[in-house]
Design a protein around this ligand. Sequence first.
Ligand code: FAD
Length: 457
Amino acid sequence: MNASRSTGPSGLQFTHPFLAVVLGGGFTGMLAAAALSGYAEVIVVERERLPRTPALPTDLPQARHAHLLSADGARAVESLLPGVSERWLAEGARALPLPSGASGAAPQGWSVRRPAQCVIACSRDLLDRVVREQVPALDGVGVLDATEAEGLTGTAEHVTGVRIRDTVTGRVRRLDADLVVDATGRHSTTPDRLVQLGLPAVAEERTDPGIVSATRIFRAPPGAPNCPVITARSVPEEHAGPGRTATLVPIEGGRWLVTLTGAGADRPGEHADRFVPFARRIPQCVIGDLIADAEPLSEVHLARDTASRLRRFEQLRPWPTGFVALGGAVAAFAPDYGQGLSIAAHSALALRQALRRRGLDDPGLARTVQQSLARIAQAPWTDATGRPLPAAAGARPSAAGRFVRGAVNGVLGTALGRSPVCRAYVDVVKPAARFTRPSASVPVPAAAAARRKPADH
Ligand SMILES: Cc1cc2nc3c(=O)[nH]c(=O)nc-3n(C[C@H](O)[C@H](O)[C@H](O)COP(=O)(O)OP(=O)(O)OC[C@H]3O[C@@H](n4cnc5c(N)ncnc54)[C@H](O)[C@@H]3O)c2cc1C
């Protein structure tokens, strides 16, 4: 504990014996702060100036693209932030039962629409904004925005805080903490900061099929208020890459958010004129047809850095007490896996559960959380790297991954109409376990079986 502190940044008064600093005020960082509330004073350090009005979007590149929050992820967020789902819905999000609220066109045909569990469909801006409004209202949580985390302080055995820089004045200060949480997302530079403390490099697995996402927002035409989420993808040639996908998500404000993805010669571009034709070249061209005459409300936004990467923080020896990495800083996935927000919520839940069991002053706390997160991320990672993408640079698809992907496509092929299978598909955090659970087992057809007190420094 840092006994010297009593006043924090912006005049925050510290009343709790412990201080936790969360680096990054994104989805993971805010949920980590929620998990820590009640166990410590919490300061969230966020590089960007956070939007003060609903009209301003966040500055995250990926926030432009289609984001569905899975049923399982929504439950995890709700347990950390009771009432959050109601607020999302009150602001225009829709809870869409999958697969009855979504129709998927796969190479094997259309999925059957049937009641299952609800995913939250809205813009990523709305998801983030509600969470960013609720979390700072929690006990002992403060936010320092326009402030960049520059480096960690301490030793290889014990992280004692962080150096932060005001991005407006350039002033650098030191913030001592009992726990530092890295939630700076897929571009986290924390592994380098750990090396500067004398730790070995964090092992990283990476696979990059080169998927590009292109997103444009349209005004939903009159008479289409209950449009489901629609997904369509092309038939991937054997060993030819991930193919093309199109996803239409009805979002708040009577709008449709359409994201197209593809790789190599099949990647979408930023030319507005080519957006609809790209969607129409997918055999199930329903999305292209639906947006052909719809009024565009945005430019086309591209996301090119979509590699799946898994950082093995849990393997660090020695383990530095007082430090944990969560969410996208640990596991980031290519866009078509749609699991990042759910993993963010589950990693914050793992932190909350470890705090309940051990308390923040237990030296083994951070390591326990890191090991939990490694377990949480393993199945989605296996799924994400199991695609037979020879074009991918990096890890080869594992045998387990190929099995899971085969099972997924088998499910898509014939069994989406079966309720246990639908629930397993919607609860995406442990897809491998769920797909292999007896109650979710289905005869996979042979053809498909072969997919969170500054001192002057
Ligand atoms: C194209 C695309 C589509 C996706 N679709 C889905 C989907 O449908 N469903 C789903 O669940 N997931 C989806 N994802 C994944 C999802 O976007 C991520 O999992 C999620 O954003 C991770 O949240 P995070 O808070 O860990 O990281 P981020 O959202 O990246 O937030 C990190 C925060 O840290 C801040 N920061 C960074 N560096 C510093 C620093 N040095 N100091 C202070 N602050 C810093 C950033 O400004 C940012 O606010 C998609 C991703 C992409 C790229």
